[in-house]
Write a protein that binds this ligand. Structure first.
Ligand code: SF4
Length: 63
């Protein structure tokens, strides 16, 4: 699935990074960096947990 982030909604609280650090990372300036554009079989469950954890509903998945 394709991973989308609405950076205007993101408040850089790193909850997604805690759930799926292989995909989400805050840089030195606290801006969220998306390290992958698509989920893999290995990370899809953790990415879904990141989507659920985001209090701003900034992350979405598309088929
Ligand atoms: S959990 Fe949501 S608000 Fe927090 S850093 Fe990730 S995308 Fe941004």
């Amino acid at each position: 699935m394709k991973i989308k982030v609405d950076f205007d909604l993101c408040e850089s609280n790193a909850l997604c990074e805690a759930m799926a650090p292989e995909v989400f990372e805050l840089d030195d300036d606290d801006f969220l960096v998306l390290k992958a554009e698509e989920t893999t079989d290995a990370n899809v469950e953790s990415v879904k947990r990141a989507v659920a954890a985001c209090p701003r509903a900034a992350i979405s998945l598309e088929d």
